[in-house]
Design a protein around this ligand. Structure first.
Ligand SMILES: [Zn+2]
Length: 133
């Protein structure tokens, strides 16, 4: 992946994880990563449309998954597709919590463990500092 593509992904994402919206300046674990939304394992390529910026935790929990089990219905549900839908289509915030507003959102929140205690503590800390999340 060349430098121009990497820069375009960073700029398009406004320097935020496209799943949990954490900014690089708020990420204590390491640099945000460029990941394939559809992994090579599923014939995903390095086209700009298949790339997303993700924090370490979202990236590691998503892995090569394209779907997950909806925690409410138990149905196999696709994960949030950052290129096809906007974040607001599937998620909302309630304080430090990220809430799935659709089956896709709820499944993605659950699979990527967006409300795992350490992630909540970080978002609480940032909100108390007056940071915009
Ligand atoms: Zn994230």
């Amino acid at each position: 992946m060349n430098k121009t593509i990497r820069q375009m992904v960073w700029e398009r994402a406004l320097g935020r994880c496209e799943y949990c919206l954490l900014q690089q300046t708020h990420e204590p674990l390491g640099p945000l990563q460029i990941k394939r939304i559809v992994a090579r394992q599923h014939q995903g390529d390095d086209d700009l449309v298949n790339l997303a910026l993700a924090c370490l935790l979202c990236n590691s929990h998503k892995g090569t998954n394209l779907t997950g089990l909806d925690p409410d219905s138990g149905n196999i549900t696709r994960l949030f597709p950052p290129r096809q839908n906007s974040w607001q289509d599937h998620f909302r915030r309630d304080g430090a919590f990220i809430i799935g507003g659709t089956a896709i959102g709820g499944t993605t929140v659950w699979l990527l463990q967006m409300n795992y205690v350490e992630r909540l503590e970080l978002r609480h800390f940032l909100l108390e500092k007056g940071e915009e999340l």
